[in-house]
Every structure is written in structure tokens, then in C-alpha cells.
Design a protein around this ligand. Structure first.
Ligand code: TRP
Length: 332
């Protein structure tokens, strides 16, 4: 039997290159080796978007399209919507009985997000979303969770919850492990912070070739370089940082040329835009098919949710059995 992957995202907007190198590339690479479940966490998105639930449907289809364009193959990966699996919420409730509020309050990712959103008080759902995430993962008995490094505290909690459940009742659940991408924190084009939608420093998987070119053209470089012959400092240059990730075969040559004033920033940026477009071009081609047939995306999500639910229901039977709350099960 193949081992399982469970991972996914909140549907809150378009996916960018940071998502790709942080986790999405791993998911695409591992989808044949593992049985893969990809969750579109619409309920988790409600933790911060509860005032605008009308955006969820658009954002869910958007992220599904990004997944399919990036190369997740719906024939082998099960892409599904969280709220279509009510068993996840059932399991979340059982987990919440033995999860400490203090432990949740100390979760560094929750704290950072609360600050970013300016929450002076946290809702019950927001504070508790890592419990629900533990249910997302463990209801599929996932062994591996490919995610960005901000998710590590959540995977740690999921491991603790699984251990506690197995100790308290019966060892039916699997302790998951996080798998962090090769580049856990891709810088934004501004060179100031991690790539993110809210900072307006991102290249999206759905950007056109000319959008990529113009964004790279405006990226921040080494301020000491005005003319091509000025000696460069690639270690502080955002564009060089991207060459290290997306253009490994030429990166040493570029570093050398930059240090010696033999390549100008304009040319260096052209090379980078070329590499990024080479990566994104097959995604653009795959995307066309789905953009032109929204019904196809709907069918994929519906079928994925149906399949995922069967797996979740199977685990819930074992969970209820372990907890001895399977009142009407046939007795032997
Ligand atoms: N917390 C993740 C994010 O913010 C989304 C998510 C929900 C998730 N459930 C998950 C990720 C389970 C991995 C596994 O993007």
C-alpha cells in the first residue's frame, strides 16, 4: 500500500511562486509515489473571512485551477473541498475535548496571524483552527504533509493530538510528518519580505509572460550598481536570489559576471524572466483547458470530495469504535 499525503491551502486568492517552491512543487513531484489528498480548506478560510463567505466559491475554483495548472493530476491526486467532508468537523470536536486552550494560545503561527489581522480578541474558531487542521490530516491517516515552514507548529500539534488519541482510546491514527520545500521562504520582488499577496511583491502562477517580464524589470537589485561596469554584490541582490532558485545551471556564471561588472542588471533580469517563463509556460498551457471548461473543474472537485469523504467515513468508523461511541454497530 502506498503511503499517504494530505496537504492543501486556504482559498484566499491566487497562488504565487512562493507557494510553488515552498510546497506545491513537492506535491506535484510526489503525487505518483504517494496516495495524495489535496484539501481546499474553505472552512479554515472562514476563520478570517467569515464576513464574506460569498467569496469562497470563487476562490475555491481559482485555487483548484492553480493546482491543476501547476501539474496536480486529478486522475491520481484527490483534490477536495473541506466543508464537503462534515466528518472533519466531527473529529475536530472530539479532538477539542482534550486539547488545551493554553497550548493553542502559544502557537506562534496563530499569534503572528492574529497580529497581522489586528485581532485584539480571538474567535473560538480562529484560536482552534489548528485542531481542525489536525483533523484534516489525521482523518486521511496521512504519513506526510508537504507544507511551507510556517505550518510546522500545526503539524507538531497534529502529532501530539494523534498520540494523545491513540493513548487514550486505541492506536488507530497515524502520526504525520511535515515535509518542507527546498526554499521555505522565497523573498518578494521588493527584497524586503517574504513573497505575499498582501505586500504586492508576488509573481503569480497565472501571470502572463509580459507581466512576469515587467515585474522582474522592476525588482530591486544591488543599489551600488548604476552602470554595467560597477562591481556587483550578488549576495544582497533579490534578482540573484531568484537565479539561485530558478536558474541553478547559470547561477555561478552570473555571480562571477556580476561581481566583475561584466553583466548589467537589465540583461541579468532578462535571463531571469526567461527562466521564470520557461517554468510557467507549461502551467499556462494546462490552464487554458480548465479556464475554457469551468464544468470540468467542478466535476473534478465534486468527484474528489466524494472520494475523500469515503476515506474520512472509514476512519470515523474506527474512531467511534475506538471511543466506544458506536451505539448501533453490529455486535459480534
Ligand atoms: N493552514 C494551511 C494554510 O494556511 C491550510 C491547511 C488547512 C492545511 N488544512 C491543512 C495544510 C492540512 C496542510 C494540511 O495554507
Amino acid at each position: 500500500m502506498k503511503k499517504r499525503i494530505l496537504t492543501g491551502d486556504r482559498p484566499t486568492g491566487k497562488l504565487h511562486l512562493g507557494h510553488y517552491v515552498g510546497s506545491l512543487a513537492n506535491r506535484v513531484k510526489l503525487q505518483e509515489e504517494y496516495q495524495s489528498y489535496i484539501i481546499i480548506a474553505d472552512v479554515q478560510a472562514l476563520t478570517t473571512n467569515f464576513e464574506n463567505p460569498e467569496n469562497l466559491s470563487r476562490d475555491t475554483f481559482q485555487i483548484a485551477e492553480d493546482y491543476l495548472a501547476a501539474g496536480l493530476d486529478p486522475e491520481i491526486s484527490t483534490i477536495f473541498i473541506q466543508s464537503m467532508i462534515p466528518e472533519i468537523h466531527e473529529l475536530t470536536m472530539y479532538y477539542s475535548m482534550f486539547t488545551s486552550v493554553n497550548v493553542l494560545r502559544h502557537n506562534p503561527t496563530v499569534k503572528t496571524e492574529a497580529q497581522q489581522h489586528g485581532f485584539s480578541d480571538m474567535t473560538y474558531g480562529f484560536l482552534g483552527y489548528p485542531v481542525s487542521q489536525a483533523a484534516d490530516i489525521s482523518i486521511f491517516k496521512a504519513n506526510l504533509v508537504p507544507v511551507g515552514d510556517d505550518q510546522i507548529p500545526h503539524i507538531e500539534l497534529a502529532r501530539k493530538i494523534v498520540r494523545r488519541f491513540n493513548d487514550l482510546y486505541k492506536p488507530v491514527l497515524i502520526e504525520p510528518e511535515a515535509l518542507i520545500g527546498e526554499v521555505p521562504r522565497l523573498m518578494g520582488l521588493d527584497g524586503k519580505a517574504k513573497m505575499s499577496k498582501s505586500l504586492n511583491n508576488a509573481i503569480y502562477l497565472s501571470d502572463s509572460a509580459s507581466e512576469v517580464e515587467s515585474k522582474v524589470k522592476d525588482a530591486v537589485t544591488d543599489p551600488a550598481r548604476i552602470r554595467k561596469t560597477d562591481l556587483g554584490h550578488p549576495e544582497i541582490c533579490t534578482v540573484y536570489g531568484y537565479h539561485q532558485v530558478f536558474n541553478r545551471s547559470e547561477m555561478e556564471e552570473i555571480e562571477h559576471a556580476c561581481r566583475n561588472g561584466e553583466i548589467g542588471c537589465v540583461q541579468c533580469k532578462k535571463k531571469l524572466a526567461g527562466c521564470l517563463n520557461k517554468l510557467l509556460e507549461p502551467m499556462r498551457e494546462r490552464r487554458i483547458k480548465y479556464e475554457n471548461q469551468p464544468e470540468l473543474v467542478k466535476d473534478i472537485l465534486e468527484e474528489g470530495s466524494r472520494k475523500a469523504r469515503l476515506t474520512a467515513q472509514e476512519t470515523m468508523r474506527e474512531v467511534r469504535d475506538a471511543m466506544r461511541i458506536n451505539y448501533f454497530a453490529a455486535t459480534e
